[in-house]
Design a protein around this ligand. Structure first.
Ligand code: GAP
Length: 505
């Protein structure tokens, strides 16, 4: 069995080798936490985006989309709280001169305790065999119970200190837990300081003046809030309704690691759902369930997902949960669902002087709607799909294959068209088929190398189906259709290819 770290290295290497994700500016030695998407990566990303957009905007008559600009009026970020509070606590190690997020150091410490629990479980599994009851073991084994108590205690203390802005307390906790710098191995830490994550720049004509500072948006959500009145007036929406947007966001992340999990430039898919005050918790439950359904509709094992309900809430939220996914480095946040009350619209009303209200014809009164937000990182979803899809298999004949089992409906290339040999009129026949199917799906024509090698190439990029044109095709116009995951082949009439594919996809 490969360990998780080696597995993740293989996934990132595969992503580069097969044109999914490249390090940015690589010929200039790269930039940390910035990545480019290659020919297959851009297709997968487009497909995930489209799958989300369809589910949110097309399937819900009361959700509309927008595409707001990345540059926005700087006061927006004052109103939203980002100028004052969009900070991460950072700490430096004086010996290695490396900078860390203080909360991440503590979370890594908690993860080490969790690893100890996993070890205990593995040992017990071996000892008790089939009779092993994992749930009972986790609840009753004294050592595990003690570890879990430690984890909860540390997490609880850290969260309270961060919420209260007690940075000295956070440093004291790092010292108490005897956390060492992973590079120097020393405990020679600076104080913990707040670091604002927004990138700032200057707008053209006002460069040099203080007033000219603008920010690259750290979330797409504010573009939705500030367009609330425009959408309300132009689209004849009635509360409850939603506004969706997909777009780039920028954060000057201190910790750059785990590939595309935490990037400095990334894409978000967000939806703000505006509801009548007092109904927000019902809608919150509704969207929690809907978003989980969306994830599961891709056919990935439900074991890979879990909810994490927040105990500590931001001051403006009255409920919040993450959908976590089991990445190769453990369960981590993939999507957030937040009940944000009227905080954002209320703040924009105060800062802009415009009434951010909805007139409810049934109540015959105006109010600032409450908001349920669903927010998922497109790149993070890409990583979830990619890492879940990567698979190394030993086949019956002893040979090996690496296959990306990407859900067929979002796979970049849907079909490969392969003439069995490069002669006897087979390439011409295969081209004929290709010229029909390529208008419907992204397809690849490949006649180079032996058929087995071509199948392996398609497996490695995750193509769910291959059509092979052989000599029989020339006599009865049938082709073989090969399934990527089962590797089974069936013979179908060439004229039914698009119909069969559309059923499968
Ligand atoms: N408007 C709410 C908001 O932005 P968030 O939890 O900060 O909430 C939402 O971000 C989602 O955006 C996360 O669940 C994650 O999927 C993605 N995300 C956040 N920071 C990211 C980063 N640095 N790199 C990649 N994805 C990120």
């Amino acid at each position: 069995m490969m360990n998780a770290e080696d597995f993740f290295k293989k996934v990132t290497a595969h992503a580069k080798e097969y044109g999914y994700v490249f390090p940015s500016s690589e010929i200039y030695d790269g930039m940390s936490a910035v990545y480019d998407y290659g020919p297959y990566g851009v297709e997968l990303k487009n497909n995930i985006r489209e799958y989300w957009w369809h589910a949110m905007v097309r399937h819900n008559e009361n959700i509309v989309g927008i595409d707001s600009a990345i540059f926005m009026h700087p006061t927006i970020w004052k109103a939203s709280g980002h100028v004052d509070a969009f900070n991460d606590p950072l700490i430096d190690n004086k010996d290695s001169k490396k900078r860390y997020r203080a909360d991440v150091l503590i979370e890594d410490h908690i993860a080490k305790i969790e690893a100890k629990i996993d070890k205990e479980v593995q040992k017990a599994e071996k000892r008790f065999g089939e009779q092993f009851d994992k749930k009972m073991f986790l609840e009753t084994n004294p050592r595990v119970v003690e570890y879990r108590k430690q984890m909860e205690d540390i997490s609880h203390r850290m969260n309270s200190m961060l919420t209260d802005g007690d940075l000295a307390g956070v440093k004291a906790l790092i010292e108490e837990l005897e956390i060492v710098c992973p590079v120097s191995g020393s405990r020679n830490w600076t104080d913990v300081r707040q670091f604002n994550l927004m990138f700032s720049t200057k707008m053209g004509s006002v460069a040099g003046e203080d007033g000219g500072t603008i920010y690259l948006r750290p979330e797409t959500a504010q573009g939705i809030f500030v367009n609330f009145l425009n959408v309300l007036k132009s689209s004849r929406m009635k509360v409850p309704f939603g506004i969706a947007q997909v777009g780039k966001a920028f954060r000057n992340e201190i910790v750059a690691r785990q590939f595309i999990f935490r990037m400095r430039e990334f894409e978000q898919m967000e939806m703000q759902f505006f509801v009548k005050p007092g109904t927000e918790l019902e809608w919150y439950q509704y969207w929690k369930a809907e978003r989980m359904k969306w994830h599961l509709s891709l056919g990935i094992s439900p074991d890979k997902y879990r909810f994490h309900d927040h105990e500590k809430l931001a001051h403006y939220a009255n409920a919040a949960a993450d959908i976590e996914f089991e990445f190769p480095f453990g369960f981590k946040e993939l999507e957030g669902i937040h009940s944000r009350t009227d905080f954002d619209l209320g703040a924009h009303q105060q800062y802009s002087g415009r009434k951010m209200q909805y007139f409810d014809p049934e109540l015959n009164e105006s109010y600032i709607p409450y908001v349920i937000e669903t927010s998922i990182g497109l790149d993070r979803m890409f990583l979830a799909i990619l890492s879940n899809a990567y698979c190394e298999e030993i086949l019956e004949d002893g040979s090996e294959r690496t296959v990306l089992k990407i859900p067929a409906r979002i796979a970049p290339v849907k079909l490969a068209v392969l003439p069995l040999v490069k002669k006897d009129g087979l390439p011409e026949k295969a081209r004929e088929i290709m010229d029909v199917v390529k208008y419907r799906y992204l397809c690849q024509y490949d006649e180079k190398d032996a058929i087995g090698r071509r199948y392996r190439r398609q497996d490695a990029i995750g193509t769910p189906y291959c059509i092979t044109v052989d000599h029989q095709t020339l006599t009865d116009n049938t082709v073989t259709l090969r399934d990527r995951d089962s590797m089974l082949q069936e013979r179908i009439p060439a004229e039914r290819i698009t119909e069969v594919l559309s059923l499968k996809l």
